[in-house]
Design a protein around this ligand. Sequence first.
Ligand code: NAP
Length: 294
Amino acid sequence: MHKSEKISDKYQLAGVIGMPAAHSLSPAIHNYWIKKEGVSAFYVPIEMSAADFRSLIDLGPKIGFRGYNITAPHKELAYALCDVVSPEAERAKSVNLIIFDGGTIRGDSTDGFGFIANLEAEAGFTPDGKCIAILGAGGAARSIVDGLVAAGAGQIRIANRTSSRAKALEAIAPDRVHASEVWPAEESFFRGADLIIHATTFGMKGDNAGDNAPWRLPPLHRDVIAAELIYAPLETPFLRDAAAAGATPVDGLGMLLHQARPCFEAWFGPKVDVDAGLRAEITAILKSREDGSK
Ligand code: NAP
């Protein structure tokens, strides 16, 4: 490299900021596409506390970063620091993608896109006019409800342990989004649903289904899609119960892979796909972590 040449002249840079960041799968996902597309780029994990977050955002473009992914616990802080945000990020008040665009910091929220794109790719499911039942009302559920409403979903039911959080999501589209007071969700909540989504954290820590589970699933037709958000572990009590009830299960990994596509495209240019090689590589990482924690 010539003396006056900067690393950012030769390589495009991006990364994920979180606290912690070491377990993020984003570096493996983006580095897969960097290699596949032959892009001269580096994508790195960056562990940063909220106190230093602002300085890192200010420094980013000066040291050649195209942008960042933002993960817990900084998504709301990132929203507040952006100059311009997408309508999705504005409605979620949360940002998982930052793009440095000249002197402007742009923010976007790609979880809703990732969820819907994955269902279409994995199960040929499109939300228009459909009846959807969602368990959970946290940040991820909010992004998904927002995306489903924008994509023309017919009716969305939400049940949550804390019912006031489910009620708050009705404001997204009061004519189409309805909160249930019943918890755990029972047969009537699931009746007629084309898609059932599990968006609580139940099952992340090796919880077993049974009496503690947030659902009481009735027998389901195989045309009913049962979509999980959790990807670690890959197999969850919800996916096991939904498959046993007769529905078609879709795991949480695909959403994670698809939400990364618009990020890669915004920083580096090429349009990318979620192909079998990417899925296999990330599945192998998850499996080795699962084996390591046994
Ligand atoms: P969050 O904002 O913290 O919300 C957590 C949700 O889980 C709330 O609805 C909460 O209910 C519920 N909950 C927590 N513990 C529970 C329990 N023991 N029994 C029943 N419900 C319980 O989290 P989030 O960001 O929405 O994430 C939710 C899940 O989605 C996580 O597992 C996360 O890893 C996953 N996720 C996946 C992707 C992906 O790309 N696949 C993307 C984002 C998130 P209360 O309101 O009553 O506390």
